[in-house]
Design a protein around this ligand. Structure first.
Ligand code: SAM
Length: 242
């Protein structure tokens, strides 16, 4: 049985018989089973097995994330990536977070660094609500972040960015044209893709190159985040677009 602890909630992938014992062992208030994460809004389908509070505050990498697990996903497998990105950011950068969620990347960037501004775009109103809550919870100055509820493929960001975060999978390549259009010359793209293992070194590059058109693409790094399904990995490509 797989399990993870998110704040005061234990998340399982099975329905075991020793639920009361698990409440004590893990010191949690609630136990839920996640059956599925579905749709482009990445909404979970959960069963509450013990307790009734599905809202919690999770602490990770020195940041606080308030969320309701009955409405919003939390990917434990992306923990290292969230911290890696936070460490890459330089002072004064302008950043566009195209799939901001509850602030998975935007919050650690703003807690650990001093960018000029982060534009955080999110389509799901539930996630957007918690993104705003998390900005307050982590005491982030209002002038450092602009939150936008909408589709990152159509939202107009008024400035070019030093860095564009594309923390989304399955159809991320449909957003590449917009991402590159919004990137300064020499800016860096963090492009996520779920890709068959044998195509890791070719397909993401080809997709970026196609949308970059005449701009030169320099691959800085290709990193596996986690296994997605048998023979398929969730990867991130750091690419400088000249
Ligand atoms: N990178 C995250 C992490 O570290 O855990 C996980 C991915 S996050 C759940 C992806 C977010 O993209 C979701 O909140 C989803 O609602 C949002 N999203 C999907 N399509 C979108 C779009 N067209 N514009 C803006 N946000 C979108």
């Amino acid at each position: 049985m797989k399990w993870k602890k998110i704040g005061k909630i234990l998340v399982l992938d099975k329905h075991p018989s020793n639920l009361d014992e698990l409440l004590t062992i893990h010191n949690v208030d609630t136990i839920v089973k996640v059956n599925n994460i579905h749709g482009k809004l990445r909404e979970p389908d959960i069963e509450v097995l013990r307790g009734n509070e599905t809202e919690t505050i999770h602490k990770e990498n020195g940041c606080l994330f308030k969320l309701d697990l009955s409405k919003i996903m939390w990917s434990k497998g992306n923990t290292t990536e969230r911290f890696r990105i936070a460490k890459l950011v330089q002072d004064g950068e302008v950043i566009i977070d195209m799939f901001a969620g509850i602030g998975y990347f935007s919050i650690p960037i703003l807690v650990h660094n001093n960018p000029k501004k982060v534009f955080s775009i999110e389509l799901n109103p539930n996630s957007y609500y918690f993104l705003k809550e998390n900005i307050k919870l982590n005491k982030i100055a209002n002038e450092k972040i602009e939150t936008i509820l909408g589709d990152s493929n159509t939202v107009n960001v008024p400035v070019l960015a030093d860095r564009v975060l594309m923390g989304y999978v399955k159809t991320t390549h449909h957003f590449l044209s917009t991402a590159i259009h919004n990137l300064k010359p020499g800016g860096v793209l963090h492009y996520h893709e779920t890709v068959p293992d044998k195509l890791i070194n070719t397909r993401p590059y080809e997709r970026i190159k196609k949308e970059a058109r005449l701009r030169e693409v320099e691959i800085l790094n290709i990193k596996k985040i986690k296994n997605y399904s048998p023979g398929v990995s969730h990867i991130v490509v750091d690419a400088k677009i000249h």
